[in-house]
Write a protein that binds this ligand. Structure first.
Ligand SMILES: [Zn+2]
Length: 313
């Protein structure tokens, strides 16, 4: 079958438009509240380190962005998307924490006139050798998207209060320090008018979290501080938004508590990890996504943590 030339051209343009949009798609998840969702992957040159989420809130007196994505190129794309939604000026970027995949885009927003806000506890990391080494490594691993021009950008205002209230236009924002947990500087942003909570990397939806080296006691505390808001919608640092966040928050909390209780008992009784793991009843959690990938390591890390706490007593 031979297609008319005009139709072919139309099809090609359609494909190109779709391909261009495939990198970054904004969606409005609540009134005047937009997000982009990064790939569920590690950062690579192929995905331009677009592996985390960012959001923005449009007010009648400017735009507030939450997190800056993982490369200047992605931040520029986000900025272009913001410009398609609104002509309001950029007011603030709030940084939930200074992990590479959330901050390498900061310089773009700074240049566009935004005031950068972050918690003061990030300063220690930002001025550290580790942060510089990480950037050097990223310049190799994520070239050409992270290059010599990519900088670690400090906040314009370092927040040191437990809670900071910000009113932009007619929108109230509650910026709460819930760290140290994932990082010392963990911030979450709550918008009372919409019930939306931007939770950074402390929130996992309907799945077993990766505990890693995090201190689960501190993490539980920060979950409690998020539950206090009674959010109706949570935007995590990675993965899809949660429309049933109280259940998700409670699930993560229960899981961490259970790990601590079971592994704590084993550590106290000096029971070897293998035996303790095998004799623990995991039925409540084993149907959850990522149980197989994460549970054993989570339990082991918690066992080591509880063992250390026993020794410290
Ligand atoms: Zn992180």
């Amino acid at each position: 079958m031979k297609l008319p030339r005009w139709l072919l051209i139309g099809l090609c343009i359609g494909v190109i438009a779709k391909a261009a949009a495939a990198g970054l798609q904004v969606s409005e998840v609540a009134k005047d509240t937009w997000i982009v969702q990064g790939a569920a992957a590690l950062g690579t040159p192929g995905n331009r380190n677009f592996i985390s989420n960012a959001g923005f809130i449009v007010t009648d007196d400017g735009v507030v962005v939450i997190d800056a994505l993982g490369s200047p190129a992605m931040a520029s794309e986000l900025l272009a998307e913001i410009r398609r939604v609104t002509q309001q000026p950029l007011r603030y970027v709030i940084v939930t924490h200074y992990h590479a995949d959330h901050i390498y885009g900061l310089q773009v927003f700074k240049a566009a006139g935004a005031t950068l806000l972050a918690h003061v506890a990030a300063r220690l990391y930002l001025n550290s050798e580790t942060a510089q080494q990480r950037l050097q490594a990223s310049r190799k691993e994520l070239a050409p998207w992270i290059d010599e021009k990519t900088q670690l950008v400090p906040a314009d205002q370092w927040l040191d209060a437990d809670e900071t209230r910000l009113r932009v236009g007619s929108v109230d924002l509650v910026i709460r320090h819930v760290g140290p947990a994932h990082t010392p500087e963990d911030l979450v942003v709550f918008v009372p008018q919409t019930g939306v909570l931007f939770a950074g990397d402390l929130f996992f939806r309907g799945r077993v979290p990766f505990v890693g080296q995090a201190d689960s006691r501190l993490w539980i505390k920060s979950l409690d501080r998020m539950i206090e808001f009674k959010p109706g919608l949570v935007i995590p640092g990675h993965g899809p938004v949660s429309t049933d966040p109280m259940a998700d928050l409670q699930l993560t909390r229960d899981y961490l508590l259970y790990l601590r209780r079971k592994m704590g008992e084993a550590a106290r009784n000096m029971e070897p990890f293998e035996d303790a793991y095998a004799s623990t009843d995991w039925t409540r959690f084993e149907a959850l996504p990522l149980f197989r990938a994460a549970n054993r390591m989570n339990a082991y890390n918690t066992y080591l943590l509880m063992e250390q706490q026993e020794l410290d007593k």
